[in-house]
Ligand binder design. Structure first.
Ligand SMILES: Cc1ncc(COP(=O)(O)O)c(C=O)c1O
Length: 406
């Protein structure tokens, strides 16, 4: 019997999870034949395509012999110290490598497992998250036995996470609030005022703020890096990072999504039980990857070059796309959150059919709240391919829009 049949599933909570956006995209496009003369281009999946820096691959190879030993769950001191030094440079924050940092196997794994370690299902909990969103937040809440509560992000409010619109009864049940800045998919970022409000709400209701900062190093203006939550906490005098945990990753920053390397940092009172959970879960990082990660967090040259490549693509493609659709420059990230005429699914299907170009319907990343779906009528464009391919994709959108009527 297949798992999805229900009765035979060992964990009934698994049945509450929704199909992943890319499964839905494949279904939408299956049976659609794009023009044979066009090479297919995908702006659908947000997977980095720039080469992994050689300093990372060389270190991995050099230390491959280290796999002869079990790694420690807490991670090597050298790695935690390199992360702490990076947090000091990037966020001006003093983060203790012994109590406030843990290496994790990419941020997805940690976003999911932290919720399992923290949420107490016996308390009728809920987990608050933005919509549109990274779907792992929802799966993490459901599998921890919590109700996901969705907070729509809209263009007219600058994609602000306004918790005050929620009922007091919901806020009292909240054990975790997910914040994603730079945001996937909107590319918006959170400023100090907004963090101040979020911290005040966290103090009032006791929930943990989980700050997903996977895209924090992908931004256009070298002089204006997005504000991180550790930086915001520091500026507001919250040097113990009370009820805050951030999720960082080398996947986008260092073009190493297959390495599965990231870290969490923040409140030591959250990190310690998370480490206990991880001991049972068995999520320790391969020693060779720890060495390569130490090198990666200690080097900024490749990160600056990475941003230059994204800037080149935004410079070439965004003005073309924005001339036919509403596709403003994001504050950060490699996405264009683009308004389209009518249904995002219909747009996506027609674009693939006529131009062999894949994008992701916004409604695949969102949930309806009181009949309003903040992702409907948007598509997400990931500018990850080679510059020439991204420019060609922009030209195809321009051509497509000459005749497209929703
Ligand atoms: C918003 C967001 N958070 C976290 C992740 C997970 O990234 P990783 O597990 O590679 O660190 C992704 C991946 O695309 C993402 O879009």
């Amino acid at each position: 019997m297949p798992l999805t049949d229900g009765e035979d599933a060992l964990n009934s909570l698994l049945l509450q999870t929704r199909p992943y956006p890319f499964t839905r995209l494949n279904q939408l496009l299956s049976g659609v034949t794009p023009p044979a003369h066009l090479t297919p281009i995908s702006l659908g999946i947000g997977e980095p395509k720039h080469p992994t820096p050689q300093c990372i691959t060389d270190t991995l190879i050099e230390h491959i012999g280290s796999i002869a030993h079990y790694p420690s769950m807490r991670g090597e001191v050298a790695l935690r110290e390199a992360i702490s030094a990076w947090c000091a440079r990037r966020f001006g924050a003093a983060v203790d490598p012994f109590t406030q940092i843990l290496p994790v196997l990419g941020s997805r794994e940690a976003l999911f497992s932290f919720v399992q370690s923290h949420v107490n299902a016996a308390d009728n909990p809920c987990v608050i998250m933005p919509t549109p969103f990274y779907q792992i937040y929802e799966g993490a809440a459901l599998l921890a036995g919590a109700e996901p509560v969705y907070l729509p992000l809209t263009q007219d409010t600058g994609y602000r996470m306004d918790l005050t619109v929620l009922d007091e009864s919901v806020l009292k049940r909240a054990q975790v609030v997910f914040v994603c800045s730079p945001n996937n998919p909107t590319g918006s970022t959170i400023g100090l005022d907004e963090w101040k409000e979020l911290f005040a709400m966290s103090d009032r209701y006791g929930f943990v703020l989980c700050s997903d900062e996977c895209y924090s190093e992908i931004y256009c203006d070298e002089s204006r890096p997005p504000l991180g939550a550790l930086d915001a906490a520091r500026q507001l005098g919250r040097t113990d990072f009370k009820n805050l945990i951030i999720f960082q990753s080398l996947s986008k920053r260092s073009n190493a999504p297959g390495m599965r390397s990231g870290f969490v940092a923040g409140d030591a009172r959250l990190i310690e039980p998370f480490l206990l959970y991880r001991t049972y879960h068995g999520s320790s990082m391969c020693p060779a990857i720890q060495r390569a990660s130490t090198v990666a967090w200690s080097d900024e040259t490749h990160v600056v070059e990475n941003r230059r490549l994204y800037r080149e693509k935004f410079d070439a493609a965004q003005p073309i796309i924005n001339s036919v659709l509403d596709a403003p420059m994001p504050d950060a990230s490699f996405y264009l959150w683009t308004k389209v005429p009518g249904s995002d699914e219909a747009f996506t299907k027609a674009l693939y059919e006529q131009q062999a170009l894949t994008v992701l319907p916004g409604s695949y990343l969102s949930r309806s709240v009181n009949g309003f779906d903040a992702g409907y009528g948007y598509v997400r464009l990931a500018l990850v391919a080679e510059p020439a391919e991204v420019t060609e994709a922009a030209r195809r959108i321009e051509r497509f829009m000459r005749d497209y009527a929703a």
